[in-house]
Design a protein around this ligand. Structure first.
Ligand SMILES: Cc1ncc(COP(=O)(O)O)c(C=O)c1O
Length: 462
């Protein structure tokens, strides 16, 4: 690669960071004696740190975001061009990139019709909740206002998004929470709540129905689910799960919200994760990969039927969706998103994501055959996880410190950045996460798998 690694001395920058930046999801005590990781530049799947060391980034920017890879000047150029023309106008008005991206996005989502722009995954989900709540008020006298969420799923960091979070370590100490959010059981067959049942998917979906019946169907307006749970353990849904979920939502008139913040726009090899499962949502939210991190953008996409509910009474000044997101009016987001989508199409990146995802899964299965510490391999496309266990029979999770040791070893020994579930469920932060950009090649996958193989050898078998 004709790429010049960073050569500068970043000491001053590092000191400024140490002195003033409060890093996300980080305990800072250690930075009194060591430097925080500083990422300076990126190209393709590689990022360079302040010492000029090159790393293979198998996390797409840490959290499933830089899906088309670093250094995409075509996306940067599209954003620049748009910002010079018009950087911003509040979303009560339309803009050229907003209209064009909405049209393009909807063309990838049969059955969906309207796009509401905001700028983070949490915010996109908050919009979905407000839509459910307002429909409850306008149509059901406020009664059908409860929103169900699933154990182990995550929907964001704001207090109400956290109120709908199924990961207690993200929630602890931040309550009290918004009322009206009710948890349903997870659907991870590897850790079945009902023993070894033949129809686990149906059983797990029926558990949602049980909660609806317990709460009273007349009180339940929405259900939010990740198509494949991400930070809660890379949980692919069991067979027949989604079909049964869809039936239940129809039967009890519950709006189905699918949180595609991680899976959306290609991560699993289809445009959206739910499109693997023949399910038709009422609302879909997305963020991270929509513009691959080149600009902040999130979308709450609805069916025409949901949208129509807010037009029904034009004489009522309170019945339309009285919501705004200041930065939902930034034009850089949809400009970047349009170009991101063009890149995915022109470079056949969905196909590559599927092919490389299958290859990665195969290679992880081979690692599982070699290392007893890998209890389960799960995922779709370039969204894969390996759950680590201390004992395959009992499935006792590997202690978190060792899981983090594997991540640290990949970084230190092999300069490969991988992820692991983190501060999600007590005792169950034991799944390694692999999500390289969609441009990954077989040789990138080999580099990744070799790093993990060596790390397991050194950290677990030592
Ligand atoms: C599934 C899911 N939904 C929502 C969010 C929240 O997105 P944001 O951090 O952009 O608010 C995340 C973030 O990791 C996520 O994984």
């Amino acid at each position: 690669m004709n790429y010049q690694a960073p050569q500068n001395d970043y000491r001053e920058i590092i000191e400024a960071d140490r002195a003033h930046v409060w890093h996300h999801l980080s305990q800072h005590k250690k930075y009194e004696t060591i430097d925080p990781l500083m990422i300076i530049e990126g190209k393709g799947l590689r990022v360079w740190n302040a010492e000029g060391r090159s790393h293979l980034d198998a996390t797409s920017g840490g959290v499933w975001t830089v899906n088309v890879g670093y250094g995409r000047s075509e996306i940067a150029d599209a954003v620049r061009e748009q910002l010079v023309k018009l950087p911003y106008f509040a979303g009560a008005a339309g803009t050229i990139p907003g209209a064009r991206f909405a049209e393009r996005l909807i063309s990838k989502m049969p059955g969906m019709s309207r796009v509401y722009f905001s700028n983070s995954g949490s915010e996109a989900n908050e919009k979905a909740y407000k839509i459910v709540r307002q429909i409850a008020h306008n149509k059901y006298g406020g009664k059908k206002h409860k929103i169900l969420f699933r154990e182990r799923d995550y929907h964001g960091t704001t207090i109400t998004a956290l109120s709908s979070g199924g990961q207690e370590e993200r929630k602890a100490q931040y309550g009290p929470f918004t009322p009206g959010f009710v948890e349903v059981p997870h659907c991870l067959e590897y850790r079945s709540q009902w023993g070894d049942v033949a129809d686990y998917g149906i059983r797990a979906a029926n558990a949602i129905e049980e909660v609806i019946l317990r709460e009273g169907p007349e009180t339940v307006g929405g259900l939010i689910l990740e198509p494949i749970t991400a930070g809660g353990g890379v949980i692919t849904p069991p067979k027949d799960y989604w079909q049964r979920v869809q039936e239940i939502c129809h039967q009890y008139d519950v709006l189905l919200i699918i949180d595609e913040v991680v899976c959306g726009v290609g991560r699993t090899g289809t445009w959206f994760g739910y499109q693997h499962y023949d399910v038709q949502p009422d609302i879909v939210t997305m963020a991270k990969g929509v513009a691959s991190g080149y600009a902040a953008i999130s979308c709450t996409v609805t069916t025409e039927a949901v949208f129509e509910a807010f037009k029904a009474d034009p004489d009522d000044p309170m019945s339309y969706f009285r919501d705004i997101s200041t930065f939902g009016g930034c034009t850089g987001g949809p400009a970047a998103a349009l170009e991101n989508m063009r890149v995915i199409e022109d470079e056949n990146l969905l196909e590559n994501c599927t092919a490389m995802g299958e290859y990665l899964q195969e290679r992880l299965e081979a690692l599982k055959a070699k290392h007893a510490v890998i209890g389960d391999v799960r995922g779709k496309g370039l969204f894969q996880g390996a759950e680590l266990v201390a004992d395959r029979e009992t499935k006792e999770p590997l202690p978190e410190a060792m899981v983090q040791g594997v991540v640290a070893d990949c970084m230190k020994t092999s300069a490969v950045i991988i992820g692991a579930t983190n501060r999600s469920l007590a005792g169950l932060n034991n799944t390694l996460c692999f999500s390289p950009g969609f441009i990954a090649t077989k040789s990138d996958i080999e580099e990744l798998v070799t790093a993990v193989d060596g790390a397991l050898e050194r950290v677990v078998n030592a």
